[in-house]
Design a protein around this ligand. Structure first.
Ligand code: CP
Length: 344
């Protein structure tokens, strides 16, 4: 599902070279942040943020990132704009493209984001859909880069995702295999990527043949973690799946819950990841969330740095700034006009 280059809609949009260059940019911006600074690459630029669902990390990280880069962000929640009610996607995309420099969208259905991008003339960034969470995926591999054993390259890593084939699961499968690593999905058969997102399997196979990654689905969670560098899990149900809670609980609990006992089967250097929000005591215990293997808050913080990197990557090259002389010319004209009307 590769998207036109001005947009970031799908984890698969990035090839490994672009992905590595983006991670390098994120590294520079995070290092700058540690010195309490940020280059104002997007001075005076605007970001429109459309959210069809609640968000803590995606919303805050994009807004703060845009502010730190010298720009401005508008939070556009359902009911506050006409999208999907009085106005269709094409018109909203065309209008926002005349007013802002970039749009981030969290949508219930991936087609909403791809349709919006079709009509937008500014970059569109997917802030999570039912199928994919590419900004989280970039953050996650950047975080793995910070926490992996120094002697290991990405193509030596084994990432074990335990649980449902969520949007984060499919994104992790794609990005890990794109970097040549091994992705193991430990889950009951009914919650496999194959059953829920068969098109992702085609993309993963493509990554296996192009980049040397490996995709290994299994129901055997105890064996799955044996060589894990990272163990990752996500919610067992999302908004709209409340009616399935009894079935999902029966399928996952207790076998697929991430516990200290399960992590004890992994190598001593294993790290635990979760995109958050988490249901503590459901897919993972407090002892793991708050334990020595957990890197969940580093992961959350890195959303901010990766959002800065993504915004700079997609928007900075497109900004055309007036020369100082042109700017001074127009400012002088406005000053003259104001002086004229104030004395009239
Ligand atoms: N991980 C993530 O996307 O978090 P939010 O739902 O809070 O944005």
């Amino acid at each position: 599902m590769t998207s036109p280059a001005i947009h970031y809609l799908d984890t698969q949009d990035l090839g490994p070279d672009t992905l590595r260059r983006q991670m390098h940019l994120v590294r520079l911006l995070k290092d700058a942040d540690r010195r309490r600074t940020c280059p104002e690459l997007l001075r005076d630029a605007s970001l429109g943020m459309i959210f069809e669902e609640a968000s803590t990390r995606t919303r805050v990280s994009f807004e703060v990132a845009m502010t730190k880069l010298g720009g401005h962000a508008l939070y556009l929640k359902p009911g506050e704009i006409h999208l999907g009610q009085k106005e269709n996607i094409a018109d909203t995309a065309r209008v926002l493209s005349r007013m802002v420099d970039v749009v981030e969208i969290r949508a219930l259905h991936h087609e909403t984001v791809t349709s919006f991008a079709k009509y937008a003339t500014v970059p569109v960034i997917n802030g999570l859909t039912d199928y994919n969470h590419p900004t989280q995926a970039l953050c996650d591999v950047f975080t793995m880069g910070e926490h992996k054993l120094p002697e290991k390259e990405f193509n030596d890593l084994t990432v074990v995702f335990i649980g449902d084939a969520t949007n984060v699961c499919t994104s992790t499968a794609l990005i890990v295999t794109m970097l040549g690593g091994t992705f193991i999905h430990a889950r009951p058969e009914a919650y496999s990527i194959e059953r829920q997102w068969p098109q992702v399997i085609d993309e993963v196979k493509q990554n296996e043949s192009l980049y040397g990654g490996r995709y290994l689905p299994t129901i055997e969670v105890d064996d799955a973690v044996r060589d894990a560098d990272f163990v990752y899990t996500d919610l067992w149900w999302w908004f709209g799946q409340e009616a399935e809670i009894p079935d999902r609980t029966a399928a996952f609990m207790p076998r697929y819950q991430v516990t200290p006992e399960l992590l004890a089967r992994a190598p001593a250097h294993v790290k635990f990841m979760h995109c958050l929000p988490a249901s503590r005591g459901v897919e993972v215990t407090d002892a793991v969330m708050d334990g020595p293997r957990s890197i969940i808050y580093d992961q959350s913080e890195n959303r901010l740095h990766t959002e800065k990197g993504l915004l700079a990557w997609y928007v900075y090259p497109r900004i055309e700034r007036a020369t100082p002389a042109v700017r001074a010319h127009h400012e002088a004209k406005v000053q003259d006009y104001l002086a004229e009307v104030s004395t009239a």
